[in-house]
Design a protein around this ligand. Structure first.
Ligand SMILES: Nc1ncnc2c1ncn2[C@@H]1O[C@H](COP(=O)(O)OP(=O)(O)O)[C@@H](O)[C@H]1O
Ligand SMILES: [Mg+2]
Length: 234
């Protein structure tokens, strides 16, 4: 469904070029839950920005449902991103001066996929267990609730691929597990999830795991039994 081949991203630091993403290839099938860990500065967010079509790679190619990113015009790539990819960016959460409902239905202003935006937003809030908070403003919500709002918004257009950058940072263990359950249920409904985390608890989830180090992505399979079911949630 989604394939990235030989991605590189070059940045300059003090005039000297370096590869923040160094020859990364990855394929993501329908309904897969892929988890990428790695230290801060290893290139995870840079990679996700490229995969989401927000930032072009210096070299390499991405093919999503048979279409090459490099062959698409800006507008076409934006349309694909809006319709098919949900992206929860690192640190970027929600807009404080909009209600939960307004935050979740925000994609409606860009793509009118749903005739009943409020109904769609309420459905997602209900699925995520926070329908009661629809009229509240984010400053009155807990960290876990705010993450759910961000997840609901990313799901608004029913993406085929959900990309999440550190979705559980700053959350306690219990709330992290709850958010992971949410991701597992999203995967169970057929959406592919690519999650980046440096949270050891969250990193035990996912059907396939990778480690990123100095821009290089490597399988973490040595540390896990293939096909092992997710760690039971107690
Ligand atoms: N726009 C940029 N220009 C130059 N260097 C950058 C830019 N964005 C990120 N970097 C550098 O690229 C490396 C990878 O960053 P990032 O992808 O944010 O890492 P991670 O998400 O794994 O913490 C870091 O060394 C960072 O300083
Ligand atoms: Mg990052």
């Amino acid at each position: 469904m989604f394939e990235a081949i030989g991605l590189k991203k070059e940045y300059k630091r003090d005039g000297a070029p370096f590869l923040a993403v160094n020859d990364v290839s990855i394929s993501i099938g329908k309904g897969e839950f892929i988890c990428v860990t790695g230290r801060s500065g290893s290139g995870k967010s840079t990679l996700l920005n490229i995969l989401a079509g927000m930032s072009p790679p210096t070299s390499g190619e991405i093919v999503f449902q048979g279409r090459k990113y490099s062959s698409l015009k800006d507008r076409e790539l934006s349309a694909i991103r809006g319709a098919k990819i949900g992206y929860i960016m690192q640190g970027m959460c929600v807009f404080s001066n909009f209600t939960v409902l307004q935050n979740v239905s925000m994609p409606h202003f860009f793509n009118k996929f749903h005739s009943d935006a409020e109904g769609r937003a309420r459905f997602l809030l209900d699925q995520l267990g926070i329908e009661r908070l629809a009229r509240q403003y984010p400053p009155s919500l807990s960290g876990g609730e705010i993450r759910r709002v961000a997840i609901a918004r990313a799901l608004f257009n029913s993406p085929d691929l959900l990309i999440a950058d550190e979705p559980t940072s700053d959350l306690d263990d219990e709330t992290t597990k709850e958010i992971m359950r949410v991701f597992e249920s999203i995967v169970g409904q057929g959406t592919s999830v690519l999650m980046v985390t440096h949270d050891a608890g969250a990193a035990s989830f996912g059907s396939r795991r990778y480690v990123m180090d100095s821009g290089v992505l490597a399988s973490a399979e040595k540390n896990q039994a293939r096909g092992k079911p997710p760690v039971p949630l107690i």
